[in-house]
Design a protein around this ligand. Structure first.
Ligand code: C2E
Ligand code: MG
Ligand code: MG
Ligand code: MG
Length: 284
């Protein structure tokens, strides 16, 4: 209405913008010391194998508990770390944390997937950092997956050598948020990759729209015809899971199956959790 367009609302809008900018500046400053102050930690979200009714691996996700703002989303602080270059330190730390934690699990076939930022890959330090994380943790290289977003892989062809070097070690490469760079699909095919993580955008209207369903099925088929393992991200609803199962799909990750959790909780759930409860009975 008229009131919202008056000078008072413009001032409120300016105030809100300034407050958001102020918070961002504060976060950028504070992030520099967050690691040293012990405010960062890793949480782990299971990826479930629908064929085995058990987790195949976990994705390691970073969390920042800010003393004043509380939990800050990685969607907010990772970009700040990328801008400042701090992401290389954070990424190195995440690799060590995730490899060490996974190496200590009783489930010794489980893999851990660590998100690696473009900036870290482009720094040329990723191979060394992976080698030392594997060495210090003693984790088998084939239990480590590196998640790299599709845009980086497509834009930066010269990182292919580093990816090849990592695969020589036995580490696998996953394309994260897959499906956001269709124009470069042809280039994707020539990349040294092992896993596709289908963006959760492909689950939109899955239950109601047959065309969306065909699109989703096509992406899954594309992945498997290229010999890649495909993980569907962001499964929140039973109906989505059921449709994926009907398509013969195998690997899923999402709040419906498990939320990201602390290492202690993961250890407990791996020991005694019934992973079939969220799954559709196959004899229905
Ligand atoms: P991502 O790598 O695509 O990670 C998946 C995100 O989806 C996570 O958000 C996870 O909590 C969320 N998620 C999982 N299941 C569901 C679901 O069923 N529904 C919905 N709506 N979301 C779901 P999170 O932890 O907030 O991380 C956001 C992004 O921040 C990540 O996206 C990744 O790009 C980045 N990130 C997180 N941790 C790290 C890290 O250690 N290093 C780097 N470089 N980036 C990280
Ligand atoms: Mg990821
Ligand atoms: Mg993702
Ligand atoms: Mg994502």
């Amino acid at each position: 209405g008229a009131r919202e367009t008056g000078p008072g609302s413009v001032r409120r809008y300016d105030d809100a913008l300034r407050a958001a900018q102020g918070r961002r500046d504060q976060l950028r400053t504070d992030l520099a010391g967050a690691l040293a102050r012990g405010e960062l930690r890793m949480v782990y979200q299971p990826v479930v194998d629908l064929a085995l009714h058990a987790p195949a691996g976990v994705e390691a996700l970073m969390r920042w508990q800010h003393p004043e703002f509380g939990a800050v989303s990685p969607a907010d602080f990772i970009p700040l770390a990328e801008e400042s270059g701090l992401i290389v330190d954070l990424g190195r730390w995440a690799l060590v944390q995730a490899c060490t934690a996974t190496g200590q699990l009783a489930a010794d076939e489980l893999y851990v997937a660590v998100n690696v930022s473009a900036r870290h890959v482009l720094s040329g330090q990723v191979v060394d950092d992976v080698v030392s994380a594997l060495a210090s943790s003693g984790l088998r290289p084939d239990r480590l997956v590196l998640e790299i977003t599709e845009s980086v892989l497509l834009d930066e062809l010269h990182i292919t050598d580093d990816l090849e070097a990592l695969r020589q070690l036995g580490v696998r490469i996953a394309v994260d948020d897959f499906g956001t760079g269709w124009s470069s699909l042809a280039r994707l095919v020539s990349l040294p990759i092992d896993v596709l993580k289908m963006d959760r955008a492909f689950l939109t209207d899955l239950e109601t729209d047959p065309q969306r369903r065909s699109l989703c099925r096509s992406v899954l088929q594309l992945g498997s015809s290229l010999g890649l393992a495909v993980i569907v991200e962001g499964v929140e609803r039973t109906a989505e899971l059921q449709l994926l199962q009907d398509m013969g799909h195998r690997f899923v990750q999402g709040f419906l199956l498990a939320r990201p959790m602390e290492l202690a909780q993961l250890t407990d759930r791996l020991a005694d959790h019934d992973w079939t409860t969220a799954l559709v009975r196959s004899d229905r």
